[in-house]
Write a protein that binds this ligand. Structure first.
Ligand code: ZN
Ligand code: ZN
Length: 128
């Protein structure tokens, strides 16, 4: 991971990296092989659609075989939590590209994030 050519790549294409790591803009980042099967309740009738960020794949392999044969360096999709499906954007039939702009403190290190577009709520306990 610390090879000189990687450092050059980083310098030439900062948009392909988040700090030290490749991000999903990198041309070598590939989607998961198969799309995710939506969970039972993630139907169109319930207001769910394919995630616009990962197109239903739930994540990317950033570096193939990074840790040996078949053990890839992966990144799961944060828009859908790796599920491949997410709530629709209101007024459309497309999955919402969430904008979690509202942060409400629920407790010690415990926060609720609310999507400004569809109202989806993520409660995240950042304590350890
Ligand atoms: Zn996604
Ligand atoms: Zn949303």
């Amino acid at each position: 991971m610390n090879r000189p050519e990687l450092n050059e790549d980083r310098a030439a294409h900062p948009e392909w990296y988040d700090g030290h790591y490749m991000n999903v803009n990198h041309p070598l980042a590939t989607k998961e092989i198969e799309k995710r099967t939506p969970l039972n309740f993630m139907t169109k009738d319930e207001g769910f659609a394919e995630c616009p960020e990962c197109q239903g794949y739930g994540g990317w392999h950033l570096i193939w075989n990074a840790y040996g044969e078949g053990k890839h360096f992966n990144r799961h999709c944060s828009n859908c939590n790796g599920r491949g499906y997410t709530q629709m954007e209101p007024g459309t039939e497309k999955g919402c590209q969430h904008e979690f702009t509202t942060k409400i403190k629920l407790g010690n290190c415990y926060y609720r994030y609310v999507c400004a577009k569809c109202g989806t709520v993520h409660d995240i306990d950042s304590g350890d």
